[in-house]
Write a protein that binds this ligand. Structure first.
Ligand SMILES: [Fe+2]
Length: 316
C-alpha cells in the first residue's frame, strides 16, 4: 500500500537530521474510513519563531512538511516566544507552506499579543480559528475544522466553537491545550491535535512524564491518547495527539527520542492497524485541573503583559 511504502521510505534530509526533526505517521480515526477516501494532514505545533529557535529550523520543518505533499497543514498554537519582534519571520514561515494552513493560538501568542500574532498568520495566508469551526474543501473532499482558542489563558469557549457542526462531514479538532479534547469528543470530534507541552523536551528516564504530567498536572504529555476506534455514535470517546513541537520559548535543549522536534502526518481514511505507527494509543496520566486561583493568575498575566506593552509603546 502506498502509505506503507511512504512510511518505510521516509529518510530525513541532512538538515532534518542536523536539527533533530522527526517525522511520525499515524492513521486517522476509524470513522473517517467511511467519510473520506484519503486526506493527508500534517500537524506541527509550538513553532516559537524567535531568537531561541534558528530560522533554519523553521525552514527545515516546513521543507520536511512540504516533501510529504500533505493536503492540509494544521498548527496548534504558540507561534512566538515573548514579543512581537519576529512577526515578519512568522509570516514568512507560514508563506513557505505549499498547501492551506489552519491554526489556533496558544498561551505565548496571548502573552505577546493575540491580535498581532493572528494578523501575522493571516498575512502569511493561514486561517486562524478562535472558538469557531469552518468547512474547507480539499480536492473533492470536505473537512470540518473546529478550533478552540487558548485554554491555558482562559480563552477557550467550547460551546461557541462547536456551534453548527455537521454530522455528515468529517470533523477534526485543534486546541493548544490537549485536555480540552475530552470536552470536544462529547461533541462528536473524533481526533484533536494539540501542543503546548513540547513533549517535555527532555524525555530521558521518562523525565517528561514527571515534569509535564506529575508536576504540571497534564493528562496528555506527548503523542497519542484515547481511542480512534469509535464513531460519533459511541461518543464521548475520541483521540488526542500532543505534538512535541518545533521550537522553544526558553531553553532549546531537547534530549530523548520523544522530545525531538516533530512533524506528524495523519493519513485520514486509513484506520489504525493499516500500517506501522510510531506508537500505539497510550494511557493518560492522572492529570490535575487548574485551581480557580491558577486560572485567575493566568488571565491576569495576559492583562499585565498587554498593559506593559502599551506603556512601552506610549513611552516611545
Ligand atoms: Fe509552547
Amino acid at each position: 500500500m502506498a502509505v506503507r511504502r511512504a512510511q518505510a521510505s521516509w529518510r530525513p534530509s541532512r538538515e532534518a537530521r542536523r536539527y533533530g526533526i522527526q517525522l511520525r505517521r499515524f492513521a486517522g480515526p476509524a470513522v473517517y474510513r467511511r467519510q473520506v477516501s484519503h486526506l493527508r494532514i500534517a500537524h506541527l505545533t509550538d513553532l516559537h519563531v524567535g531568537r531561541i529557535t534558528p530560522f533554519e529550523v523553521q525552514r527545515t520543518a516546513v521543507e520536511t512538511t512540504n516533501a510529504e505533499k500533505p493536503d492540509l497543514v494544521v498548527i496548534s498554537g504558540d507561534f512566538v516566544c515573548h514579543s512581537q519582534l519576529y512577526l515578519d519571520q512568522l509570516t514568512e514561515v507560514i508563506r513557505m507552506f505549499q498547501v492551506p494552513v489552519v491554526t489556533v493560538l496558544g498561551n505565548h501568542d496571548y502573552w505577546s499579543g493575540a491580535d498581532e500574532v493572528r494578523r501575522a498568520l493571516e498575512r502569511g495566508g493561514a486561517e486562524v480559528l478562535r472558538n469557531r469551526n469552518t468547512i474547507i474543501t480539499l480536492g473533492h473532499q470536505r473537512l470540518q475544522l473546529v478550533g478552540l482558542d487558548d485554554a491555558y489563558t482562559g480563552h477557550a469557549r467550547r460551546e461557541e466553537a462547536v456551534k453548527g457542526l455537521r454530522k455528515d462531514i468529517p470533523i477534526l479538532g485543534i486546541s493548544h491545550i490537549a485536555e480540552e479534547a475530552d470536552g470536544l469528543w462529547r461533541h462528536g470530534v473524533p481526533l484533536v491535535l494539540s501542543g503546548h507541552t513540547h513533549g517535555g523536551q527532555v524525555t530521558l528516564a521518562r523525565l517528561h512524564e514527571l515534569a509535564v504530567g506529575i508536576v504540571a498536572g497534564h493528562k496528555y504529555v506527548h503523542g497519542l491518547y484515547g481511542s480512534r476506534r469509535h464513531g460519533p455514535e459511541d461518543q464521548p470517546t475520541g483521540a488526542v495527539y500532543v505534538g512535541a513541537g518545533i521550537g522553544a520559548a526558553v531553553v532549546p535543549l531537547r534530549l530523548g527520542e520523544r522530545g525531538k522536534r516533530e512533524v506528524t502526518i495523519f493519513e485520514m481514511g486509513c484506520a489504525p492497524g493499516d500500517f506501522v505507527e510510531h506508537h500505539a494509543e497510550q494511557e493518560p496520566m492522572k492529570g490535575r485541573k487548574p485551581t480557580p486561583e491558577t486560572i485567575e493568575r493566568r488571565a491576569a498575566a495576559v492583562l499585565r503583559k498587554r498593559l506593559r506593552r502599551e506603556k512601552r509603546l506610549l513611552g516611545r
